[in-house]
Design a protein around this ligand. Sequence first.
Ligand code: S3P
Length: 177
Amino acid sequence: MQTNSLRNKIILIGFMGTGKSAVADGLASVLELHKHDVDVAIVKHAGQPISDIFAQSGEETFRNIETEVLQELLYSPEASIIATGGGAVLKQVNRDTMLEHGLVIHLIASADVIISRVKHDTGRPLLQGDVTERVHQLMSARAGAYDFAHYSIDTSNLSLPEVVSQIVELWHQANLK
Ligand code: S3P
């Protein structure tokens, strides 16, 4: 992988409920880097919860804020861990900028694992209604959308520390800083 001073981030992508935020916390603590959660930054930027942004302004507005916030984090000079939202991969500009600025890791979990994690959650507007049906629909609509990552890790049979240590190993191998 080519060394470039700007490629100093670990960027986690993956479907909702694949553990991006928890893994980002683990990485931040082991590597002693700041962690940024794009969803949290969007809520701060918009001054309202994600479900309200979707309800009042629509998904397109949410996606535009998501791109703005993500680009700002990616162009920041500090080395960091960035947990993205599950739909951040849908725009080409986001995919290109993620690849330019760091090591992109795709976290995978089975539909059953995802459903068990998100079924009681009310903060994800795209999963309202029949959660099982929505997860299956969205997973098939997004098939292949995460394949641009440098690496994919199936977390289904791994503990959180195992996922974190695999990524730490990949980060050291990539030697991007
Ligand atoms: C979304 C995923 C969510 C959040 C928003 C839309 C998506 O983030 O950005 O509800 O389109 O997959 P998480 O993946 O952190 O749940």
